[in-house]
Design a protein around this ligand. Sequence first.
Ligand code: NAG
Ligand code: NAG
Ligand code: NAG
Length: 372
Amino acid sequence: MISFPFLSLLLSFLHFTSSHPSIGITYSVPSTTVPPPDKISSTISTLKFTSVRLSHPEPSLIKAFSSTNTSLFLCISNPLIPALASNRSVALGWLRRHVLPFYPSSKISLISVGNTVLNSTNVEDFSPFLLPAMRNLHRGLRENGIDKIGISTTFAFFSAITTAFPPSSAMFKQSSGDVIIKPVLQFLEQTNSCFLINLYPYNLFHLNSEIPIGFALFQDNPFNFRDDPVTGIRYFNLFAMMADAVLTSMKAMGYENIPVIVAETGWPSSGSEAGEVEANGVYAEMYLKGLVRHLKAGAATPLKKNGVTGVYIYELTDHYGGSNERGRKWGILSENMKMKYNLDMELSSGAKNCGSMWIFLVAFWFSNWLQG
Ligand SMILES: *[C@@H]1O[C@H](CO)[C@@H](O)[C@H](O)[C@H]1NC(C)=O
Ligand SMILES: *[C@@H]1O[C@H](CO)[C@@H](O)[C@H](O)[C@H]1NC(C)=O
Ligand SMILES: *[C@@H]1O[C@H](CO)[C@@H](O)[C@H](O)[C@H]1NC(C)=O
């Protein structure tokens, strides 16, 4: 006889192995001439990323993905937001240039209107224009019969969330939480879109020297955990803890069912400041391998069974310039497109699941035998 708990374990196990967050990569190099767009799209397919986030979605780059199965996440830069908000034909114009000629052969799935508009270091405050711009783009898509592309915007963990620890007490920062994030969440729920957030354990670790490096780098070690004193949940890595802080904040606002996508995460292989000793190739490889292993093990965060829906690794290639760079190198490829880490094996896995299935079946047989 199959006992009920065992059957439910079997079912949850099957569910568990069949779904893990999709793993994508970001590409933020402004010029599309070097390397050519076809090289970018074929490299991403070869590395087996299922999705790519394009910070500078030039039409030629979007077109280069038309013969691939890679799903596309397009970004709209902050300075464009006011015009998109105030003038519907500007929004339609943007869609006519970036979406309509290429969709659906290029599998555009998501558009982020702006990146970290709440960031206080921004020179200009675009937040009042955010929601009207999102609405105009959404309406423009609908008018063209497209209802499968989500419109969203990307927040940064540090400018949106009060704390990472304990994750159960995290909230959206005020007043932007009520004034900006809440109406955005309402829009995302109404339009079946996703919540997007940049999440960097590296930055948190860099600011808090008491965090063990192994906890930030997904290393199994008897001391690499932290318990949330309120929920009693034990966290084995900083990424899962920060993800739960995001989920708690959404829940506190009443929007726990909106899918969450980590729009950027990564670890630099070299730093800009002399004190950035943790920005090195060995740690970057540990972080990325640990992240992929963690994600492949299932979508769940300790707090939510279907945790984060997708994660984008920042970034495809090393390059200079750009707001997030500040002299750091984030690429999984060097500037001349050479792989820096031994990562692709892990990304194309699947064998691991079969292995654990085999162990599971043996356990299943054994338990039947005990009961028989
Ligand atoms: C895309 O996916 C389809 C269906 O899974 C498959 O038949 C096709 O070969 C894939 N194309 C590429 C370029 O990988
Ligand atoms: C809206 O944008 C269109 C196209 O860019 C332009 O022709 C028109 O004058 C703009 N309307 C207003 C009210 O600014
Ligand atoms: C804010 O933006 C600046 C420049 O774009 C960037 O250097 C900084 O890391 C960002 N801060 C946060 C909290 O995202």
